[in-house]
Design a protein around this ligand. Structure first.
Ligand code: G6P
Length: 362
């Protein structure tokens, strides 16, 4: 059954490996037989009246929201904010005239998000929960639900729910953008992009051994590490850092690549691992410059770059994909690095100390 470990030693790797099939499942669920995107028209009708979208979430789901914001703004033209649920519950954000709230939550049970939804309901603001768990509390308490279709996620460190959240937000951006008559959305072949993502993920999980080598060589003996990137790569840098630190206990921070020179670069010493992500056409060359800055201070740089931006010596080259979908591929090597760093340190990959899969207290 879907929740069994099968031949895997840990759920985390099983769930990383399942991502290509999750992409296909999302494509089947949200496209009809004419390849048209298929989302409950009531949801689209409600959000299309919004002048601003507010995404609230915690942990990895918050990081998926950062990617969703970029997609929603590009394909729908609706300004979108993303926030931490735990911060908004007691310091409610300033509202536009016609707000619409999206809650991203794998479990649908996170207490911090529930507090925000309670306030949203009190104010009669329309809301959508995007969750993996049908009938979960946040699903029942919001006006609308979209399901992630990722299958049960057991490992505490979230992997396939993150990529599923990005894919489902893409579906929403496509359907909403089309309803709003946005050329960017109408011209977007999302079904094709999801197929590209699934194939690309498959290639990446099939070559996982190379990530094990990198983890063993650069990470497991290190006390700290950094992820850097710009644009969507910055959002993935935050998620890559969270993944690595939560399961390997290597203190890792994700930074906007250019911010290094505004302070963080003082933390770079000889052999400090810096994992650089390069998929953003607008800033790829600038990030290369930031890599030079840390190399000259002795960092061990691991480069994960999209094929169109790759240079000789890059450690991982990602298949070409639409920039707005690039997180779906960039995150996979980051997940694998975290997995191997944890496993090769002899840690309990699926159950890192002090963490819970779903946090139902504030
Ligand atoms: C916990 C988990 C994280 C997760 C976060 C939000 O802290 O350990 O992996 O990202 O909760 O959970 P949710 O179910 O709301 O996505």
């Amino acid at each position: 059954n879907a929740a069994s470990k099968g031949t895997y030693e840990f759920y985390m790797l099983k769930e990383i490996d399942e991502q290509p099939s999750v992409m296909r499942k999302i494509s089947q669920t949200y496209f009809d037989e004419n390849d048209d995107v298929k989302v409950d028209p009531k949801i689209i009708d409600s959000i299309s009246k919004a002048d601003r979208i507010y995404i609230y979430a915690a942990g990895t789901s918050y990081h998926a929201g950062l990617v969703g914001k970029t997609m929603l703004e590009h394909y729908t033209g609706i300004p979108t904010e993303v926030g931490l649920a735990s911060e908004a519950g007691y310091h409610f954000p300033m509202m536009s005239k016609n707000p619409f709230f999206i809650f991203l939550t794998q479990s649908g049970e996170t207490a911090d998000s529930r507090v925000v939804l309670k306030e949203v309901n009190k104010r009669n603001i329309p809301s959508l929960t995007i969750t993996n768990v049908e009938g979960s509390t946040l699903s029942r308490e919001a006006d609308y639900t979209m399901l992630l279709e990722a299958g049960p996620e057991i490992a505490v460190a979230s992997t396939k729910a993150y990529t599923a959240q990005i894919a489902v937000q893409a579906v929403l951006a496509k359907a909403l953008g089309e309803a709003l008559n946005k050329a960017e959305a109408k011209d977007w072949n999302l079904k094709h992009d999801l197929a590209i993502a699934a194939e690309g993920m498959q290639q990446l999980v099939d070559s996982k051994e190379s990530l094990k080598e990198i983890a063993d060589k650069y990470l497991i003996k290190s006390r700290n590490a950094f992820y850097i990137g710009r644009g969507i790569d910055y959002a993935v840098a935050l998620e890559g850092a969270l993944k690595l630190k939560e399961v390997s206990y290597i203190q890792t921070e994700g930074f906007a690549a250019a911010e290094l020179k505004h302070g963080t670069i003082s933390l770079i010493e000889k052999d400090t691992p810096v994992i650089a992500l390069i998929n953003d056409p607008a800033t790829a060359d600038l990030t290369r410059g930031n890599i030079q800055e840390v190399v000259s201070r002795g960092a061990n740089v691991v480069t994960i770059a999209g094929k169109d931006f790759a240079r000789e010596g890059d450690n991982v080259v990602l298949p070409t994909i639409n920039y707005y979908m690039s997180a779906l591929l960039t995150v996979v090597p980051a997940q694998l690095l975290a997995y191997y760093a944890s496993k090769d340190k002899g840690l309990d990959v699926d159950k890192p100390r002090n963490l819970a899969k779903s946090v139902t207290v504030e």
